[in-house]
Design a protein around this ligand. Sequence first.
Ligand SMILES: O=C[C@H](O)[C@H](O)[C@H](O)COP(=O)(O)O
Length: 287
Amino acid sequence: MLVLRGFLQPRPSSHLVSIANKLVTAKTFRRASSTTNKNMGDKGDKTNKIALDEAKKLAARTAVDEWITEDTKIVGIGSGSTIVFAVQRIAERVWKEGALCDLICVPTSFQARQLILDYNLNLGDLDRNPIIDIAIDGADEVDSRMVLIKGGGGCLLQEKIVASCAKHLIVIADYTKRSLRLGEQWCKGIPIEVTPIAHVPIKLKIEALFGGEATLRMALAKAGPIITDSGNFLLDWRFVAKREFDWDEVNRALMMIPGVVETGLFVDNAHKCYFGMADGTVKVQNR
Ligand SMILES: O=C[C@H](O)[C@H](O)[C@H](O)COP(=O)(O)O
């Protein structure tokens, strides 16, 4: 079926979908969950992982069901562990319910692209699909004004590009990501993607401008730093959490430093955020 599916671009018409369902569902779900759930976007949260996963799943499924309709043509697929549940729900609607046959999915990372392929969804790109209806993505922290920190899993540049092409960015997260002020929950700093040759001067400039400490993110199973999907390095800037920051200004100032490619501060991007809560409810935050 995986081969057959390749010949059926664009998506199979609905009478073929039911046949395709029977053939592909078991295989697709078995294959996809074996590669995506365990090792993609999981930043190693060990505490209460099952409850957290339930909360992520709840947020993801609610957001997908509210925002992705038959009118949605192009969806941006974020990165991380929460987005896995959103892709699973999209795939369920496509392959089990025979809906969303023409939906095109534009990835924000290598991981997102793999997820789209693993679940046998239509893979798009910004060349052919530069205008996106909805982008769905996770976040490392969301403050009361819907400023986000992203990039904890090393993906932020393509995420911000895709979000900028989307009419709406819908954020999905578990309850540990919700805070009044940035830094309350997420203590690993703001990820900043930089051109490799400039990581030292950029670090010094950030610290001189705003204080705190910017450290080069090192790889775990490789000697040396993490290399992003776009071939850059990442600095994690641990800012002084008690200090008041105008995040819009900070973001602009960071972007003015030569060699900074993008920041994990999403200031004016998110439209709505769905938090899966510990009690099994979903809290919705609007901008
Ligand atoms: O680099 C990763 C992305 O920005 C993720 O969207 C973010 O880290 C949230 O990931 P998760 O859903 O795993 O908490």
